[in-house]
Design a protein around this ligand. Structure first.
Ligand SMILES: [Zn+2]
Length: 442
């Protein structure tokens, strides 16, 4: 379907019917990405004041948690005096958290890394702004609303959910490709579907797009010329995997970072910098004591969700804030790095804690040099015992078992032994996500 037809005949009318004024917000969001520092400060202060006052007045959960704003204090100062909102609060106190607006809102259930579902409500304005910010960032990748998309995602099983998904996919001009059916025959069918549909871009789970990329490469299949870019999401995108996808499809990969509770949090621009959607939310990074930090846990305050106000919500990921300006000229803040939940911290027999990136480093180095495996997963089962799941390629050699074990012993601890298991695909969590470095220790 032509992108313009899809946008004006289907997408705008369908979202308007749900009370989402997407078209209205598009222009202001385009301008907001270039706000001056003064404008940003005023914008942030105004939006924070507004959501804090609303939450205090209309949500019984926040009534006592949010103090009165004293004269002369900024909204940011007030915010820092409010306790963090944990995922467990969202699960256990949802009835107190929601406001009267929940009745006129969409319910959203998200998986979450622990597999424990989180349910919350989003008012139409919050949803519209979430979508507008997302479309704006797809614009950085050269994609417009209504452009055709091949979507690597879950496929609902029940007939009601499945029909609903089909309708949404039709309105959004996209075809769904099961991100969980990745055997060779299924990958061939996925490729044929893409070739027939001729999408402008691919979107979805890193692991699914990577699996198809390996298949296309190993079968020597031609590139699909309609594809202009690839947008990956929901899982860690390592540099070797990014490069591999870019080389095989001949287009640039843009990574998106977000979560179901607040939508898109940050998105890469043409220069590969991860810009925060700071016109929809206030981001803080805090250390383990809850103090501001350059590298720390991501804490989000959503400016527009008035159905389930999320004030200082701990998303569960870690990031590093950059203080460099991006050459693209956008003034939205930049995250240097997001350490997603795909990683758990590794503990050593001597009591040290090791950042999982050093484990990733061992594998990514070998993967880049040998191309001997397409996926891996490291599970720390006991302090001195790791299980390594490997999806081999044709270039696998058994000598690599020794190299991997030696790498782990050298970087983590000499007493660690590794048990290898070879599989067709790395098993996923109940939420559908893949955890690359996982710890069973508590
Ligand atoms: Zn940029």
């Amino acid at each position: 379907m032509d992108g313009h037809i899809s946008r004006y005949m289907l997408y705008y009318p369908a979202t308007l019917l749900r009370g989402e004024l997407i078209h209205k917000h598009m222009r202001s969001y385009k301008n907001q990405q270039y706000m001056s520092q003064d404008q940003q400060r005023d914008y942030t202060d105004q939006k924070l004041r507004s959501i804090l006052a609303f939450a205090k007045k209309h949500s019984s959960f926040y009534q006592d948690r949010i103090p009165e704003l004293e004269p002369g204090k900024s909204a940011q100062e007030l915010l820092r005096s409010i306790p963090f909102l944990e995922k467990s609060d969202l699960i256990n106190n949802i009835d107190k958290l929601v406001t009267y607006k929940a009745r006129f809102s969409s319910a959203k259930t998200t998986g979450g890394s622990t597999g424990e579902p989180v349910k919350l409500y989003k008012n139409p304005d919050a949803l519209a702004r979430e979508r507008v910010a997302t479309w704006r960032s797809y614009g950085w990748a050269g994609v417009s609303i209504g452009d055709s998309q091949a979507r690597f995602w879950g496929v609902p099983h029940g007939s009601l959910d499945s029909n609903k998904a089909k309708l949404i996919d039709f309105v959004s001009n996209r075809r769904r490709i099961s991100a969980f059916d990745l055997a060779a025959t299924e990958l061939r069918a996925h490729y044929q579907k893409i070739q027939k549909f001729k999408p402008k871009y691919l979107y979805g789970y890193v692991s699914a797009i990577e699996a198809l990329t390996h298949f296309v490469e190993s079968e020597g299949l031609p590139r699909v010329n309609s594809i202009r870019c690839i947008i990956t999401t929901s899982e860690v995108l390592s540099e070797p995997v990014r490069k591999h996808i870019e080389v095989v499809w001949g287009v640039k990969v843009f990574n998106e970072y977000g979560c179901g509770e607040v939508g898109s949090i940050a998105h890469e621009c043409e220069h590969g910098r991860l810009h925060v959607m700071s016109d929809n939310m206030f981001i803080e990074l805090v250390d383990d004591d809850g103090q501001p930090a350059k590298t720390g846990q991501i804490v989000v305050t959503d400016y527009f969700n008035q159905a389930t106000p999320l004030i200082r919500y701990k998303v569960g990921d870690y990031a590093t804030m950059s203080d460099e300006e991006c050459p693209c000229g956008r003034t939205l803040p930049v995250l240097e790095n997001v350490h997603g939940r795909a990683y758990d911290i590794i503990k050593t027999p001597s009591g040290r804690e090791i950042h999982p990136e050093s484990v990733m480093y061992i594998f990514e180095g070998l993967q880049a040099n040998s191309g001997a495996f397409s996926q891996f997963q490291v599970i720390q089962e006991e302090l001195n015992r790791f299980k390594i799941n490997i999806v081999k390629t044709g270039k696998w050699s058994d000598q690599l078992v020794g190299s991997i074990e030696a790498g782990i012993q050298q970087r983590i601890h000499p007493d660690i032994s590794c048990e290898f298991a070879f599989c067709d695909a790395v098993p996923r969590e109940a939420s559908g996500k893949m955890r690359v470095v996982k710890s069973m220790l508590r």
